[in-house]
Structure formats: structure tokens, C-alpha cells
Design a protein around this ligand. Structure first.
Ligand SMILES: NC(=O)c1ccc[n+]([C@@H]2O[C@H](COP(=O)([O-])OP(=O)(O)OC[C@H]3O[C@@H](n4cnc5c(N)ncnc54)[C@H](O)[C@@H]3O)[C@@H](O)[C@H]2O)c1
Length: 396
């Protein structure tokens, strides 16, 4: 590790930003020095002053950018702010680590990615669940051919339960003007990102997103996506914040077997033969061969948020790889934008998202945002900086 520390500022000291701050102050990110923080709320800056009196404090984001106090920023503000803040930071010559999702609209994120390319600075995104060992193993097994020809991915990820009190904890939450979407944009981005990281991007998507089904919110709190892939494979993705108890079950099937991730265990069912071939060549009506089953569990806790930040700093200091390049944030957002568009217009959406569909999505979202009951980006909560277990990989 480089003996020099990255001089970092955190923008947005709410639930997540405060937790990032406390991770750094408690020594969990040894290659980062927190030099400044920025929030529009004086009480959040008072919290920072109490925890870290020597760290500079800003209410004005532009003043932070021109302060010369940091070489990188971590953006932990509500989603709509991510692209404009990242673009301004790149133009000021800073490196950027943004919270998920990359933004609300693919059109904004395209501009953000172009700004990142122009700047030549390091750009990361906080997809902390990519540090989960079992997801890394699943990805390797799909990509190295262990499962054979990919056929199907099905993810039931319904353990993102939230109450009305949660949605009321910030004015921006649960509205089209403040948040831009619901479970697909706030809770399930991790899973949508892992879906595409492990299984690739589909060529079309159809969705049913139900707004305010269980909660007093404008946005969807249940979404059911079906996707098709170039090779004929399919994916199904079911998520909600309204079910309890929830399920986290990821099943990936190839023609040589399948894997099932559930309860913190990855089970690999290895056929030992290709089903594609067996279907064509067997002279029996079915198949009596029992697959070999191997179970894997994680050998160490996930490195989570502190690990993503540590690797971001190391990428700047010594050029090592990122857990997630910021430009990759557009993939899960493409799935979310396409899901809304499909649901709002009742049609299948082709991917990659065409410019016309991206513009159509922006127009339909703008109509909804204009009718929103709130336009505030404010948050009323007073987080203590603890990492909530609900932000880590949860199997129950
Ligand atoms: N990676 C994860 O596991 C994870 C977990 C929680 C939240 N998040 C993401 O973090 C982001 C913030 O979520 P949160 O729950 O911390 O929200 P929050 O409402 O608790 O905090 C947001 C903070 O940003 C501040 N803010 C708003 N506008 C600002 C501006 N213009 N300049 C400076 N500060 C401003 C607010 O005052 C508030 O303190 C969201 O995009 C969310 O998706 C990620």
C-alpha cells in the first residue's frame, strides 16, 4: 500500500455519508484521510464537527470544489444530485466515487460518463455487494463456463422491507421529484447491478412496476421484470419493499447444471453433461442422473462499503483495479429506466436503450415529477453514522 493517503471529501452527511465518515474516522479505510465534508443542513455539519473537529465543513458544494482541500469526493446525496455533482467535480479535476444509483435518468448518466472520460480521473461507484464472495463465485462460474450455456436467471429479492416511517424519514424519498423512482432505484440497484455483472445485459425487457401498492408513496414499491438475452436465455427479477418476511434466492441455470444462492450458501448442482445434447441424443424419456451437489459459504465477511472506498483510494494512489468502475453504473440504471418505460407504456423495451426511448422516459418521468407532492431534497433524519445491517448482503 502507498504510504500516502487520499485526501477525500464527503458530500451529503445523511445515513450513508455519515456511515462513510465514521468508517474513515474509525480507521476502517486506512488509505483515506477525510479532509472536508459538505451538507446543506447545518445540523449535519454540527455532527461532523463533533466527530471530527479539524475536518473542514462546507454548506456550498462549489466552494468545496474550489477549496483545494481534497483530491477526490464521495457523493452521498439523493440520487438526482449524483450526475451534476460528479460532472462538476470532474471539471474541477477531482476523482469521484458516487453512491448508487449512478443517477435517475440514463441521459444524465451518459453525460456523467462522458465527463469522466474527458477528465481522465478515477471514477468509482458504491456497488458494495460486489465484494460478496458468493456473488464473485457465481460470476466466475457463469463466465468460466462451469454452468455451460446460460439459460435462465431468476432472482426473488423481496427482503428489502421498509415501512411508511422509513419513506417519511426524508422529504425526497418515495416521490418522483425527489427520488425519481422506488425500489428499483433505491434498494434493488445492488441486485440489478449484480444481475448484469454476473449474467450480462439482456436485449429486451418487460416489466410491471406497481406504484404505492403497500406504502403511501408515489413510486413503485413492487416490480416484476422479465428479460430476454441474445442467446435465448431469460431472466426474471422480483422485488418489493412491502413483503415480510422476505426472500433472497438467486438461481442461475446453464445447460451443464445450476447454482442456487440462498441463506448465505451457494449450492452448485453439476450435471456432468450437457442438457442441450442430452435432450437431442437420449433414448430415454427423462433423465435419472443425480447431479453432484457442492456447497460453498463465504470464508470471510464482505469488505462492503469500506472495501469499495479503500480500493477507490488505492486505484488513485497506485493504479490498482476498482471494485466497480463508475461508468458501469449505467447498466443497472438502463434496466431500471427500461422497466419504468415498459410499465408506463405497457410494452416490451429493446436494449440498449435507444436515444428515443431514453428521451421518452425523461418526458414521462418529468410529467410525474411535475405532479409530485414534494420537491424537497431535504432529509429529516439524524443518523449516527452506524452502518445499518440493511445495507449489507442480507440472506434472511
Ligand atoms: N451503498 C449503500 O448501501 C447505500 C445505502 C444507503 C443509501 N445509499 C445511497 O446514498 C444516497 C443518500 O442516501 P441517504 O439514505 O444517506 O439519504 P439521506 O437523506 O439520509 O442523506 C442525504 C444527505 O444529503 C444532503 N444533501 C442534499 N442536497 C445536498 C446538496 N445539494 N449539497 C450537499 N448535501 C446535500 C442532505 O441534507 C442529507 O444530509 C442515495 O443515493 C442512496 O441510494 C447507498
Amino acid at each position: 500500500m502507498n504510504p500516502r493517503k487520499l485526501r477525500l471529501a464527503i458530500v451529503g452527511l445523511g445515513n450513508m455519508g455519515s456511515a462513510h465518515m465514521m468508517n474513515i474516522l474509525s480507521g476502517k479505510v486506512p488509505n483515506v484521510e477525510l479532509t472536508a465534508v459538505c451538507d446543506v443542513r447545518p445540523d449535519r455539519l454540527a455532527f461532523a464537527e463533533e466527530k471530527a473537529p479539524t475536518v473542514a465543513r462546507f454548506t456550498d458544494f462549489d466552494a468545496l470544489l474550489s477549496s483545494g482541500l481534497c483530491e477526490a469526493i464521495l457523493i452521498a446525496t439523493p440520487h438526482y444530485f449524483h450526475p451534476p455533482m460528479a460532472i462538476a467535480a470532474f471539471e474541477a479535476g477531482l476523482h469521484v466515487l458516487t453512491e448508487k444509483p449512478a443517477g435517475v435518468r440514463v441521459s444524465d448518466v451518459r453525460r456523467m460518463n462522458e465527463a469522466a472520460d474527458r477528465s481522465g480521473r478515477v471514477f468509482g461507484i458504491m456497488f458494495n455487494q460486489r465484494t460478496g464472495e458468493l456473488f464473485q463465485k457465481a460470476r466466475a462460474m457463469v463466465q468460466n463456463g462451469t454452468l455451460g450455456n446460460p439459460r435462465r436467471l431468476t432472482w426473488i429479492i423481496t427482503n428489502w422491507y421498509r415501512t411508511d416511517a422509513y419513506y417519511k424519514s426524508g422529504d425526497w424519498r418515495g416521490s418522483y421529484s425527489g427520488e425519481g423512482g422506488g425500489v428499483l432505484l433505491n434498494q434493488a440497484p445492488h441486485n440489478l447491478d449484480l444481475l448484469q455483472w454476473i449474467f450480462g445485459m439482456p436485449i429486451s425487457l418487460t416489466a410491471a412496476c406497481t406504484a404505492g401498492k403497500y406504502h403511501a408513496v408515489e413510486v413503485e414499491d413492487e416490480a416484476i421484470l422479465t428479460m430476454e438475452y441474445e442467446n435465448g436465455a431469460t431472466a426474471q427479477f422480483i422485488t418489493t419493499t412491502g413483503e415480510y418476511p422476505g426472500t433472497n434466492r438467486l438461481e442461475i441455470v446453464g445447460d451443464r447444471g445450476k447454482i442456487v444462492l440462498e441463506g448465505g450458501v451457494l449450492r452448485h448442482f453439476d450435471n456432468g453433461f450437457s442438457v442441450d445434447e442430452h435432450i437431442k441424443t437420449a433414448d430415454t424419456a427423462s433423465c435419472g442422473v443425480k447431479p453432484t451437489v457442492t456447497e460453498y459459504t463465504a470464508s470471510a465477511p464482505e469488505r462492503a462499503h469500506a472495501g469499495v472506498l479503500e480500493d477507490f483510494a488505492e486505484a488513485i494512489l497506485t493504479g490498482t483495479p476498482l471494485v466497480a468502475d463508475g461508468r458501469e453504473g449505467i447498466a443497472m440504471l438502463t434496466l431500471a429506466n427500461a422497466a419504468y418505460l415498459s410499465s408506463w407504456e405497457g410494452r416490451k423495451v429493446s436494449l440498449p436503450l435507444s436515444d428515443a426511448d431514453a428521451a421518452r422516459f425523461d418526458a414521462l418521468l418529468a410529467e410525474r415529477a411535475a405532479a409530485s407532492e414534494t420537491n424537497a431534497a431535504a432529509s429529516a433524519s439524524s443518523p449516527t453514522g452506524e452502518i445499518s445491517p440493511r445495507w449489507q448482503i442480507k440472506w434472511d
